[in-house]
Design a protein. Structure first.
Length: 261
């Protein structure tokens, strides 16, 4: 889905199911597009079966959400939902997509969600391994004849209900105040997954979560990310001044400001 699949991507985002990326990092994907970057979405499965969905319905919903976010390319690997497992064939499939799209950043949802779907954790493992497999030589027949490619950067989009408290090597928040409405509109495309009552709860939770993450940096809404390496740079000021600090002018400690440290 989408156009221009033959051009390298700046960011390729990976998740097990259609709607995962919209919920976890849809605001950032839309913002990247607005900033002029080429962005792709890779769904590992169709997300089916579900109680009210079908493969055809989910494809239509995913395409509608892609258009709202403005993402250039969206593909589905059609690996098995519910029994998604990290293994050689799944790794080959992701690595082949990575070799074709040659992204600068591979972004993957991350975390173990026993109360939701075990697919999320397996997708995290598959994406990490697929990134490594994509650079391997003398194995091109396993990757549809594509040439090796090494992805420079790996970024995690942590699942909100991760069963573990993780000590990420680095973490950061992206300001999505200007794309929050796009994010919610994209999630609303999944009518097969969210009836009116459930959608109201999901939207309330998402706005609260993104307000929490954004507020820590002085943004109205933000999305949280992590990396397996420290964030480096040559200019201390540019690194530390990305956040706005307090969203309101600080007058007296303990009165008008938010306690942000």
């Amino acid at each position: 889905m989408g156009t221009g699949a033959d051009k390298p991507l700046d960011v390729l985002a990976v998740a097990p199911h259609p709607d995962d990326l919209e919920i976890i990092c849809g605001g950032t994907l839309a913002k990247l597009v607005n900033q002029g970057y080429r962005v792709g979405m890779l769904d590992l499965t169709t997300g089916e079966p579900t109680p009210r969905g079908s493969v055809e319905t989910r494809k239509r919903e995913a395409e509608a959400a892609r258009k709202i976010l403005g993402v250039h390319v969206r593909e589905c690997l059609e690996l098995p939902n519910r029994v998604l497992m990290d293994g050689p064939e799944a790794r080959f499939a992701v690595a082949t997509a990575v070799r074709r799209h040659r992204p600068t950043v591979l972004l993957t949802v991350a975390g173990r969600t026993p109360a939701a779907s075990p697919d999320h954790h397996q997708g995290h493992l598959i994406a990490e391994a697929g990134r490594f497999y994509s650079q391997l030589t003398k194995w091109d027949e396993r990757f549809d004849g594509t040439t090796p490619y090494r992805v420079p950067h790996l970024v995690y989009a942590p699942m909100p209900f991760d069963a573990e408290d993780r000590n990420w090597r680095s973490r950061f928040v992206v300001d999505i105040d200007d794309t929050m409405d796009q994010k919610i509109a994209a999630i609303r495309c999944y009518e097969s997954q969210f009836d009116k009552q459930r959608l109201e709860k999901v939207e309330h939770w998402i706005r609260g979560l993104n307000a929490f993450h954004g507020g820590a940096c002085g943004y109205r809404y933000g999305e949280f990310f992590a990396m397996p390496t420290p964030i480096g740079g040559q200019d201390l000021i540019s690194i530390v001044s990305g956040s706005k600090g307090s969203p309101a002018p600080v007058d007296l400690p303990g009165k008008s400001h938010l306690p942000m440290g």
